[in-house]
Design a protein around this ligand. Structure first.
Ligand code: SF4
Ligand code: SF4
Length: 393
């Protein structure tokens, strides 16, 4: 699995060269049938990525203005990158959407109201949920003991720390069992900035990223690991550019926990031995799969667990469907996000698997709600939880 596409790591810095990017559109429409949110436009071309590119071209040429109607359409996008994956001229479409969103904010006609509320929460509480800063480390277990001065930082992320905490807790438990020293910033950790960046609110994003970069430097951090696909993508791909822009030092290695687990498996430090006689199907989080090209690692972990049988959904890896939550869609268009999540859960049920597994707290939150609502017979669990169960046997 995997191809040469760069995902959101970017082949072209289109933020600085919008006109070049839109000029290369061949109007083939390959992006249209794969778009996660296009079906919500009742078949109107204006909701397709192709139409959005054409509209942006006209805006750049001064033939169109950014209207509230089009601003709304621009925010109806989960930043899933299915369009990027299928674009025949390899336009970094998600960069384009994000750049235009930032422009709507600059002109005072964006973001959508719930995105502005989310930014207000982040500005006050350092997380989009408006949760108390001092409770950011409540997920920790009594035996979790970070090592002061460790060069590896566990970055929990907001959803991982406040909402779906199992992936973070399990990741830290595995590090401890392996005797790997790790640092943790607790209440000093800020939102990574992903939901703020994706909705074009660059000023707030700049504060969050700048503060986190200062924190990494103060703590002497050389490596970061996160259970969240959005945080790991943002710190891996966006922070180096922002560090340059903000004149800060940062050149550390960034991993999603899946990458670290695979290293531990490959060098024999972690050995799953207990059999788990279950059938699982794996959902590729968009920001882990298409954005970071991490398709094989989670599957390698699952295949290493004795007894576990992996079955694929019809749409998997590069073609995986989205959970519906990303790009601010869950915040401002919750009904749309829920319908997208339902579709993915039903696709998982169709495989006949006992378990739906994923490696992103944000996807996990969406699927939890869908499974409850639909009343379907499939259990949701993180890949790392299965790994830990198998190691403990
Ligand atoms: S990123 Fe996803 S939702 Fe957005 S335009 Fe592309 S395919 Fe559609
Ligand atoms: S797939 Fe790419 S080139 Fe084709 S219409 Fe969509 S954006 Fe344009």
């Amino acid at each position: 699995m995997g191809n040469n596409r760069a995902g959101s790591s970017g082949k072209t810095n289109i933020t600085g060269d919008l006109s070049y990017s839109v000029d290369t559109c061949a109007r083939c429409g390959f992006c249209k049938p794969v778009c996660t949110t296009y079906p919500f436009g009742n078949g109107f071309e204006a909701f397709s990525p192709r139409a959005k590119v054409h509209y942006i071209k006209q805006v750049l040429e001064g033939k169109q203005k950014l209207t509230p109607e089009w601003v709304d359409r621009l925010y109806q996008c989960t930043t899933c990158e299915r369009c990027v994956e299928n674009c025949q001229t390899e336009i970094s479409l998600v960069h384009l959407w994000e750049a235009l969103r930032a422009e709507t904010v600059r002109q005072g006609i964006g973001p959508m109201p719930m995105h502005a509320k989310m930014r207000e929460a982040v500005d006050e509480y350092n997380n989009p949920y408006g949760e108390p800063k001092e409770e950011r480390n409540k997920w920790m277990q009594p035996d979790h003991s970070p090592t002061e001065g460790a060069e590896l930082l566990v970055f929990g992320g907001c959803t991982g720390s406040y909402r779906m905490t199992a992936m973070l807790r399990t990741g830290v438990t595995i590090l401890q069992r392996m005797g790997i020293p790790y640092a943790y910033a607790g209440p000093n950790e800020m939102c990574c900035g992903s939901p703020i960046l994706r909705t074009g609110q660059l000023e707030s994003a700049s504060r969050l990223i700048g503060t986190n970069l200062d924190l990494f430097e103060e703590m002497g951090i050389k490596e970061i690991v996160s259970p969240c696909s959005g945080c790991s993508k943002t710190i891996k791909h966006d922070y180096p550019k922002w560090a340059e822009k903000l004149n800060k030092n940062w050149s550390g290695k960034v991993q999603h926990f899946s990458e670290l687990y695979v290293e531990l498996l490959r060098d024999g430090r972690i050995k799953p031995t207990r059999r788990i006689e279950k059938t699982v199907t794996y959902h590729d989080p968009c920001h882990l799969g298409r954005a970071q090209r991490i398709f094989d690692e989670p599957r390698e972990i699952l295949r290493a667990i004795p007894g576990l049988k992996l079955v694929e959904m019809e749409f998997n890896a590069e073609n995986a469907r989205c959970c519906g939550a990303g790009g601010g869609v869950k915040g401002h268009y919750p009904e749309m996000a829920a319908q997208i999540a339902d579709k993915r859960v039903l696709e998982a049920v169709e495989t006949g698997a006992d378990l739906l597994v994923t490696m992103c707290p944000f996807c996990q939150a969406s699927f939890t709600q869908s499974i409850d609502k639909l009343g379907v017979n499939i259990e949701l669990i993180g890949v790392e939880e299965l790994l830990l169960q198998s190691v403990e046997g």
